[in-house]
Design a protein around this ligand. Structure first.
Ligand code: NAP
Length: 311
């Protein structure tokens, strides 16, 4: 099969497009014919070697944890999915080896859900990792409740844009940080945009004089510090970007594959309650360009790589 892979840590230039062996399919996995795979910052952080203390790499590594596609071969013990089923997945193992930037990926059923039929493969590929992150942080870590005021950082990004929609669906008022060019986009998601940078704490106090009931940090550093400073008494804080959150009494989260959470998200997408904005689509062979663009930190929604099939 054709795939993107890298044989050593380094910048996007280490990515190669070429022939790789087809994946083997274990008894509780399915072989997915990939239609689209989404870019996530964790892919390039891992490729650079930034995560090697906690994440082993078995080279050559095929990057990518997000996928949408079609089941072509269920494993012997799989009765959840059949040939032809359209699926989405957050296909993360505890090591880097065989990811989703390929024509085929073997995906354990615990990482999969049925693809919402009402959305295309490209939008669907952007849902699993960011949707699960947003859902698990809001509902498992922060335990947001209707009527609460919630702060979401990088509200125009992959995780933030889904967090705004999910928190609104939970009945919360949502304030989201974003650059001015993204303010209308954040409003369309249901959030109240606020510009980040110098003076952020004062702007947040104007919007939420009693403080935030919950804050979702996706940026770290100054964003985390300001989040802690603008919490209401008893407010909850969670970060996916900065372990310093512990020093503020908050929680650190790392998204887990969860078939039940993913099926729930797929249902929300099917009903149009959450959507994924597809910022740019690249063909598989141009994955390095897709990563270079994401590394600039300006993605609105998701950058997606699409695999072209003739049939
Ligand atoms: N621990 C976990 O489980 C987990 C899971 C997913 C992601 N993450 C991490 O969380 C971070 C966000 O992920 P993502 O996928 O949402 O990234 P992303 O989509 O690449 O984020 C891009 C967005 O960030 C915004 N942004 C950049 N700097 C900002 C700042 N200082 N304040 C507010 N917004 C800012 C940009 O908006 P503007 O153009 O408006 O500036 C852009 O829309 C990454 O570091 C990622 O590795 C962790």
């Amino acid at each position: 099969m054709k795939a993107i892979s890298y044989s050593r840590y380094g910048p996007a230039g280490v990515l190669e497009y070429g022939e790789r062996p087809d994946p083997k399919v274990g008894p509780d996995s399915v072989l997915v014919k990939v239609r689209a795979a989404a870019v996530n910052p964790v892919d390039w952080k891992a490729r650079e070697g930034y995560l090697q203390a906690g994440l082993e790499a078995v080279f050559p590594v095929i990057p990518g944890w997000d996928v949408s596609g079609v089941v072509v071969q269920p494993g012997a013990a799989v009765d959840e999915f059949a040939v032809g089923d359209e699926v989405i997945g957050y296909v993360r193992e505890d090591f880097l080896s065989r990811g989703t930037f390929a024509e085929y990926v073997a995906a354990p059923v615990r990482t999969l859900a049925r693809k919402p039929l009402s959305i295309g493969f490209e939008e669907a590929a952007g849902l699993p990792l960011c949707g699960l992150t947003a859902y698990q942080v809001l509902h498992h870590s922060l335990k947001v409740q209707g009527g609460e005021t919630v702060l979401v950082h990088a509200a125009a990004g992959g995780v933030g844009s889904l967090a705004v929609q999910l928190a609104r669906h939970a009945g919360c008022r949502v304030v989201g940080t974003a650059g001015p060019h993204n303010h209308d986009y954040v409003r369309r998601l249901g959030g109240e945009p606020v510009e980040y940078g110098e003076g952020l704490a004062a702007r947040l106090r104007d919007l939420a004089p009693d403080g935030f009931d919950a804050a979702f940090d996706t940026v770290g550093g100054e964003a985390l510090r300001v989040s802690a400073e603008t919490l209401a008494t008893g407010g909850r804080l969670a970060s996916i970007a900065d372990a310093e959150v512990f020093s503020y009494g908050g929680r650190y989260a790392f998204v887990r594959p969860d078939a039940t959470d993913l099926a729930h998200l797929a249902g929300l997408a099917e009903q149009g309650i959450v959507s994924v904005h597809v910022d740019r689509v690249f063909p598989l062979e141009q994955a390095a360009e897709a990563y270079r663009l994401n590394e600039q930190g300006r993605t609105r929604g998701k950058i997606v790589v699409s695999v072209e099939w003739e049939d």
